[in-house]
Design a protein around this ligand. Structure first.
Ligand code: UTP
Length: 289
């Protein structure tokens, strides 16, 4: 079954990147000249997604403004003959059919996904975490959708990460199928060192059947007192099995300070407009490191 819908949870408080995220959503932090969430929406669109639901919260209206028309700005750009910029502004507002719903209390990623229940209905859907930008040739969301279409089971984007990160994310029980595909039969959110099953963790993308909503409704709050998506996916993995895709792509965690800097440096180096100048600048800076 073709995946047509995507949910982008972007309602978190972003406490790890304060004070930047105090009055500006971390999902709007720019990587050079484009906010993080635009990379994510573009990835979904390139993956064949037609309808997108962004989960927002208080103080996040700039996300909605970013994907809306901006008549005054467009008019000014047109009058100044800045046609390329004008076209880019219009393109952003036409990227996809984007809807919004507010998560009234930040009760966790699982709770945020549950807010998408009526938007999703009873078809499978993709989830792209609003602060995880993944740069890749083939969009990672597409890599996961293909696996869903092939196996008809929930799919998670996975990577092996250092132990310290496994303890912050989650740990998966995996068995290789072929190539970069794995069976996922169990998982644990934010494990202690003793609880670690493997260094495979879920990073920022999944494709889920609509049955996840009933599971979420019957899942108790977990780590940090929040309703954890991982806890619901664990039930799904144990009962139905899930597929892990060790995806091809570079992921930047825009929810932490180092991740933001890595994204800016690496994307900046490849930027068509300032890439060369930035490279020269970095070479000079690195002489004194
Ligand atoms: P994170 O756990 O990274 O978000 O969730 P957070 O709570 O903002 O982070 P810190 O720990 O306070 O810095 C991953 C994604 O899920 C969204 C976030 O916006 C982020 O894009 N999220 C998280 C929600 O939409 N609602 C929530 O209740 C929690």
């Amino acid at each position: 079954m073709k995946i047509r819908k995507a949910v982008i949870p972007a309602a978190g408080l972003g406490t790890r990147v304060l004070p930047a995220s105090k009055s500006m959503p971390k999902e709007m932090l720019p990587i050079v000249d484009k906010p993080a969430i635009q990379y994510i929406v573009e990835e979904a669109v390139k993956s064949g997604i037609e309808d997108i639901l962004i989960i927002t919260s208080r103080g996040k209206t700039t996300v909605e403004d970013h994907f809306d028309r901006a008549p005054e700005l467009e008019d000014r750009l047109l009058k100044a003959g800045k046609i390329k910029q004008y076209e880019e502004m219009v393109r952003i507002s036409n990227l996809a059919n984007i809807q919004y719903v507010r998560q009234k209390e930040t009760k966790g990623l699982g709770h945020a996904v549950l807010c998408a229940k009526s938007f999703v209905g009873d078809e499978p859907f993709a989830v792209l975490y609003g602060d995880d930008v993944i740069i890749s040739e083939q969009p990672v969301c597409h890599q996961l959708c293909e696996a869903y279409e092939q196996f008809g089971k929930g799919v998670v984007g996975i990577k092996e990460v250092p132990t310290e990160l496994v303890m912050k994310y989650c740990s998966l029980h995996t068995k290789p199928i072929m190539g970069n595909l794995y069976e996922v039969s169990d998982m644990i959110e934010k494990p202690s060192r003793e609880q670690i099953i493997s260094n495979f963790a879920i990073l920022g993308r999944c494709v889920l059947p609509s049955s996840i909503f009933t599971i979420l409704e019957n899942t108790a709050p977990g780590a940090g007192g929040e309703l954890q998506l991982t806890d619901a996916m664990r039930t799904l993995a144990i009962t139905n099995g899930m597929i892990g895709v060790d995806f091809v792509g570079t992921r930047y965690d825009m929810g932490n300070k180092l991740g933001i800097l890595q994204a800016i440096v690496e994307v900046g180096l490849k930027h068509p407009e300032i890439g060369e100048d930035f490279r020269e600048y970095l070479k000079n800076v690195s002489k004194n490191l």
